[in-house]
Design a protein around this ligand. Sequence first.
Ligand SMILES: *Cc1c(COP(=O)(O)O)cnc(C)c1O
Length: 447
Amino acid sequence: MHQSGRNPKVRNAIFHYASDRIDVDPPLDGPKTKAELDQLAGQTITESGLGGEAALKLFEDVLAPATISTDHPNYLSFIPTAPTELATMFDLVVSASSIYGGSWKEGAGAVFAENQVLEFLARECGLPESSGGLFVQGGTLGNLSAMVTAREKAKAKLGKQPWAIIASSEAHSSIKAVAKVMDCEIVLAQAEDSGSLTHAGAEAAIQEAKSQGLTPFAIVGTAGTTNFGILDDLEAIAKLAQEHQLWFHVDGAYGLAGILVPELKQLYTGIEHADSFIVDPHKWLFAPFDACALVYREPEYARLAHTQHGEYLEVLNHSGEFNPSDYGFNLTRRVRGLPLWFSMAAHGAALYRQAVKANVDLAFKIAEVIEQRPYLRLVRKPQLSVVVFERIGWELADYESWSEKLLADQFAFVVPSSHQGKPNTRFAIVNPLTKFEDLVTILDSME
Ligand SMILES: *Cc1c(COP(=O)(O)O)cnc(C)c1O
């Protein structure tokens, strides 16, 4: 460590690197093997240290190029990320500020700002002013925190039961992971051919759970499936949840952002009845990794479920103040909502609405092109900004070699996916810099 604890030279070098990384279009880059990295990087942890400049150079020359730039406009796989410049820069400020976001006493100003973002999202969804929540690390932890809260509420009423979560066959894998760590069952409701869970499928799954002797305590609706960007019939699910006294959770990790677009709002009808919802700003709200906004209709149930007790913590627990960590499965908490807050505060909500709409328009436009090309087949009509399609006649191996070539050429990152056992590929579009012409070029490369 530098003797005085200050190291302006390395600091400036890091600022310079970060600023350049934001300013210049990033190369896509790509992975290397462990053996290659062993050879290129060597042993980096030493007794005497490499020095900041050498370590930074190693990152810049060797390590960073061995990571894919998920914010590249032609990174179209999984769910990409496309943070605004301001959100990314403010993430540096969050790091530099050492704010403890778990309690009001320590983080009040930052938590206040994060909460205004949560209030904005809650208003968009039609939840009451008394709703509230926190930012956690990601959608998986958001879903877990909500499901734990739901079960605690049910347990308080019914005691110990053979619990079950009801979710769509197209729900995200994290819901199954949540059921596993909670050691409860999950009963999958059959989605329609459209990819949407409707009343019939959800009702059948509730009955099936009951006939197996299980006690359903929550039903999860997805606002934008990860594979297809399709929304469940949230209104029907809300109604069933009410009839069967189930907690209604909306997993909008990717797709909830679409509610910001007035033309899309009606797709989300029913979300106003949700007991909880999540949305990941690192997916489609233009914030850097990693954050999930989690909102509860009645946060008190979450506080009862999640507050940790310990001799050293009681000073916080007795304060009567709003301590975010009491509402999710975490204790120490980075104020990970702050980059989104800063960017939204600076740009205003209207720009977000426009950016999300532009992604959806682009998805619809490229879907039309796909429908017109005889060698392609659109698997489902898009609802948001995910477009899934097949190259007629291709096996998985064909998709794989095509995908590898696109990356080797440093043009695009588009990986194979599958639906009902049949290989396909998909464009997940969340980056306002993604160009229609480039998408067309990718389609051309499949001919
Ligand atoms: C990505 C995603 C998740 C998981 O979120 P992480 O932030 O990756 O943990 C959950 N649900 C849906 C619908 C998602 O798209």
